[in-house]
Design a protein around this ligand. Structure first.
Ligand SMILES: [Fe+2]
Ligand SMILES: [Fe+2]
Length: 254
């Protein structure tokens, strides 16, 4: 059995990206945009977990899901309030530019959550992995936020809850599925990997499609444009007399 841990350490991948995260979070405008986006992710996640509380038939899980949903809504408010405070001191309110969302995503990946029709064990396995990912990323975000102590404090507070979510979901999974909870965790991992692959493939397909269309525009279109121009030059301007034999039929245009 995977033993519950009080604290989650960041994954090697998240640790490796620490310099990138430091660079992304250094810019105030980018920080505001990211905090607002995180706020949306947390609130949406809270809504889905509230739905999970409605559909489960397990009374203990219902209570835990309700507390979990309240936490996620509170995280959304904390992120939004911090973004608003930063906006007050930020001169520019531009939302343009690089935000590095795919490098520094919101914590959970709860956007993949399909609540209706899911069993408790699948829901718990999915939530555990999502909260674990959130705890890992928020640890790194907190650590790179030395230059902004109030935002760092927000991450610290939220990280505490995410660690609790990560632990309770694992404990409850072991309770509802004592013998096969590991197998469910592996299925949930594979499902997350598959969805990550689909997201990556969709993104790559978009980039490749844009590249191919650009190449077509600059390589294939010019010869046709040149041929059309040459044909246009050969056309005589103005009205053209039609020979009498060509306009006999009233069944066709010419
Ligand atoms: Fe959260
Ligand atoms: Fe959470």
């Amino acid at each position: 059995m995977d033993s519950p841990r009080l604290h989650e350490r960041p994954t090697a991948f998240d640790r490796m990206l620490t310099p990138v995260h430091r660079w992304i979070w250094r810019d105030t405008d980018r920080r505001v945009q990211k905090l607002l986006r995180f706020s949306e992710t947390e609130t949406d996640g809270g809504r889905d977990i509230l739905r999970a509380a409605e559909v489960t038939s397990d009374p203990l899980l219902r209570r835990l899901y309700l507390e979990h949903a309240i936490d996620e809504f509170r995280h959304g408010v904390l992120f939004r309030h911090r973004a608003a405070e930063l906006l007050k001191v930020s001169a520019s309110r531009s939302s343009q530019g690089f935000h590095g969302d795919w490098l520094a995503p919101g914590g959970h990946g709860l956007d993949d959550l399909q609540v209706d029709g899911e069993s408790d064990r699948n829901m718990l396995a999915f939530l555990h992995l999502s909260e674990k990912a959130a705890a890992s990323r928020f640890t790194v975000y907190r650590d790179v936020m030395q230059h902004d102590p109030p935002t760092r404090a927000v991450f610290e507070e939220i990280l505490h809850d995410e660690t609790f979510h990560m632990n309770y979901t694992l404990m409850q999974l072991a309770r509802v599925e004592p013998k096969r909870h590991r197998r469910h965790l592996w299925w949930a991992r594979l499902s997350r990997l598959w969805k990550a692959y689909l997201r990556l493939a969709t993104g790559l397909a978009g980039i490749l499609g844009s590249m191919l269309l650009t190449i077509q525009y600059f390589v294939l279109l010019p010869p046709f444009a040149w041929l059309a121009k040459r044909a246009a030059h050969r056309e005589r301007s103005g009205w053209t007399m039609v020979s009498p034999g060509h306009s006999d039929s009233l069944d066709r245009q010419y």
